[in-house]
Design a protein around this ligand. Structure first.
Ligand SMILES: [Zn+2]
Length: 421
């Protein structure tokens, strides 16, 4: 972690500033803390492989003891939740300069839920979340403020925030393995923090201009607390360092609606239930279906729309935006699907079969469950197509026009993180 990130970190329990305990084991250099112990008024927390672990769940306390004993290697294994045999295989992959995101997720074992995340960059939930997050963040960050992606998993949406501010976006998630993967592959340059979405957020009031949580809020039990925390994180009125900045925004993307059924349902609320969580900002709630249609249709993304109660009740998933900044609630040109550095590659949902000087691409879902949950991608991904080998020979580069650019616009070619699969 960057030492300067300590400026925005606070203990989730006493609210005190955190600092490196110099008298205990640590490895730090040139503005970075690699391993060590952070202390506040009330307790101490470990930094494991450059990631602050700011909760007190059992793995965190074990890892803290291991760091204090100078065994950073064991602390990392503890945070990944690996037994000795898995840990050796994982350590080998983790130390390889050529291992891919897919290899590394595979080494975490079949119980790690990363399987579908390989396909995340073209799934219907993602394409809406990426577009909404990017247009709202671009409106409120003003190129000078910081963003936070809460419960952001392995950083797929965080990736789309990387170029919107000189301050690295914070990626907060309970699962150490996911934020580690994000920093390594999916969102290099982000600042990962391991913390509990059901506890107070370990950050200072007003530290951010944009706070988001997408595809995870329905799994949070302490929903009122988390919304209050998101409001606090962007509230710069009470002594924040960015007074005078434009009002920030809270975004809750893809949260399920209690009134409809959906796969991996969680504990959702009704639209009014979600609205009642907000105390200092007035939220606007959007049905995801119309936002999805905006994105598939090529834009604009219309955040000026007002969905009525009947429309919201019918939508299996909702997007909630709260901000005092009127520029957020406008019609926005659709952002490009991918802006961060990466390689143009064939979408991993396509099986590739060579046919002379052409290749046939066939859409293949990884499982029936995937197809049931994300089958709406058929609205923009064709079942089958053939492409000239010469066209694909330019990969991993692509241009802004021509057949390869057209394939990228249709998400058959994706700009993926380096060493993704
Ligand atoms: Zn404390």
């Amino acid at each position: 972690m960057r030492t300067e990130t300590l400026d925005v970190l606070r203990c989730p329990y006493c609210g005190g500033r955190l600092s490196l305990v110099d008298s205990l084991y640590h490895r730090s250099a040139a503005g970075e803390i690699h391993d060590g112990i952070l202390g506040c008024h009330c307790c101490i927390f470990p930094v494991v492989d450059g990631i602050p672990v700011l909760h007190l769940l059992p793995a965190a306390t074990t890892a803290r003891d291991q760091i204090q004993a100078g065994r950073a290697d064991l602390a990392r294994r503890t945070m990944f939740g690996l037994d000795d045999e898995q840990a050796e295989a994982f350590d080998a992959v983790a130390s390889s300069a050529t291992a891919t995101y897919r290899d590394t997720v595979g080494a975490l074992g079949p119980n790690f839920e990363g399987g579908y995340f390989l396909y995340r960059f073209s799934d219907p939930t993602y394409i809406v979340a990426q577009s909404v997050a990017r247009v709202v963040a671009a409106t409120v960050l003003g190129g000078t403020r910081r963003a936070i992606d809460i419960c952001g998993g392995s950083g797929h949406v965080t990736r789309s925030l990387l170029d919107l501010s000189p301050f690295p976006p914070v990626l907060a998630d309970l699962y150490f393995a996911k934020v580690w993967l994000a920093r390594r592959f999916t969102a290099p340059g982000c600042e990962p923090v391991c913390c509990d979405g059901n506890a107070p957020m370990p950050f200072a009031r007003g530290a951010f201009g944009f706070a988001m949580c997408t595809d995870a809020f329905m799994y949070i039990w302490t929903k009122r607390q988390l919304v209050g925390e998101m409001e606090r994180l962007i509230d710069h009125r009470a002594g924040g360092s960015h007074s005078g900045a434009v009002p920030g925004a809270v975004l809750i993307g893809h949260t399920h609606n209690e009134r409809t059924w959906s796969p991996s349902h969680g504990q959702p609320l009704s639209p009014e239930g979600y609205a009642d969580l907000f105390e200092t900002l007035e939220p606007r709630i959007f049905g995801e279906a119309a936002l999805f249609a905006d994105v598939v249709g090529g834009g604009p993304l219309d955040l000026s729309r007002r969905d009525d109660a009947e429309t919201l009740d019918r939508n299996p998933a909702l997007t909630i935006i709260a901000s005092r900044n009127p520029a957020v609630f406008a019609r926005h040109p659709l952002p490009p699907p991918e802006t961060s550095a990466g390689d143009f590659r064939i979408n991993p949902l396509y099986a590739v079969e060579p046919e002379g000087d052409r290749v046939r691409l066939r859409l293949r879902f990884p499982s029936e469950d995937y197809e049931q949950e994300y089958g709406a991608c058929r609205q923009y991904l064709p079942d089958e197509l053939t492409v000239g080998t010469a066209v694909l020979s330019a990969l991993p580069d692509a241009t802004n026009s021509g057949p390869l650019a057209d394939l990228a616009r249709r998400r058959i070619i994706l700009k993926l993180p380096k060493r993704y699969y």
